[in-house]
Design a binder for this molecule. Sequence first.
Ligand SMILES: *[C@@H]1O[C@H](CO)[C@@H](O)[C@H](O)[C@H]1NC(C)=O
Length: 461
Amino acid sequence: MDSGGKQVTFQLMLTVGAAVIGSLQFGYNTGVINAPQKVIERFLNETWFDRYQEHISKTSLTTLWSVSVAIFSVGGIFGSFSVGLFVNRFGRRNSMLMANVLAFVSAALMGFSKMGGSWEMLIIGRFVVGLYSGLSTGFVPMYVGEVAPTALRGALGTLHQLGIVTGILMAQVFGMEALMGNTYLWPFLLGFTFIPALAQCALLPFCPESPRFLLINRNEENKAKTVLKKLRGTTDVSADMQEMKEEARQMMREKKVTILELFRSPLYRQPIFIAIMLQLSQQLSGINAVFYYSTRIFEKAGVAQPVYATIGAGVVNTAFTVVSLFVVERAGRRSLHLLGLIGMAGAAVLMTIALALLDKLPWMSYGPRPSAFAVAGFSNWTANFIVGMAFQYVEELCGPYVFVIFTILLLSFFIFTYFKVPETKGRTFDEISAGFRQSSGTGGEKHSPEELNSLGADSQL
Ligand SMILES: *[C@@H]1O[C@H](CO)[C@@H](O)[C@H](O)[C@H]1NC(C)=O
């Protein structure tokens, strides 16, 4: 008899494993343009020369490279906004399967850009893989959260984070000159994204559709039951079914909140402001300046083997992510976020915590969540774009002092978090939202108690 639903079945492992390949892809493509910057810049220079019979100017090169890096986040913005279009129509699993078309297209574009003598292909490829990544960062946590048993939901949810940092590290290692970070093989380094895509396409057909989607969106109770039995490895799935039905009832009662209402209502204004600030603090901490440009940064700083320093950063990032996964529940999210902000060594912690906090948006009931996710995702990807695009220019202006800007931003975010962000550790969702209700004055009374009571539903959308 399995009453706790804590069993990790083979089917569950396979399903979660297949899904987090999407997280790995996001990480890989975040880190992949870091190490080979120089060799790809040489390609841009040569291609320019072939076309215009003159060497590329330093400004044009900086622009072309910054665009190639940052257009990824523009894809991310569009992708993260499109998540809702897919998941409720095609289901979670099929959406992930379909998104791989983007991974294949981008791998082909980037992989053949050298052969085609076209930086346009490289840039469009980066945009397309950004689209894929924006979609994945929506699909994966949702799907994993919906197939996981309640007791394992938090633990399995962290695999998304782990997938991302592993992907970054993988890209950094593959980017070594001896492997693929050289003049001949860099197209393979970028085109490598083809292989995880292939693996995901091979595995997903053996994974079930999300039972929550089957029951709530499709009203197919028997199918949902069958899937749950397989995932849980038990015949009694009545507790899971009960939980989902209860959630469906809650959803019926609540009205949807538009993005505009999110900013108008005094009840939501403060939480959404905090959500945005946390997203911004994650991106404006400078962490992506490191993931995108560290090889160049280390090289300028006189490091003899900049790629090894970059890999070192990736290892620290992965190690701290693992540590933070273990201590997050004990230490509390706010405290860890503060720690991360005050020491850039905590950058990985910061990333995890900011995301973990936003993944849950615990202070919000179901109704405003889709809008809140859209706003939070948009802030995150936009700040990501700004850092990716502007970093090299600002660095040329400020030289080594570029990180002073991040330091000032980090200190501001530290002060903000200290005074404005509530700790979630050891508090129920009800208590957290009640705290917001008090500080928002009279706004709370206008809302039904159900709206605030439904915070327990740990759904993504
Ligand atoms: C482009 O390549 C030429 C020839 O290799 C080199 O002299 C020039 O410095 C390069 N331009 C830039 C901006 O790197």
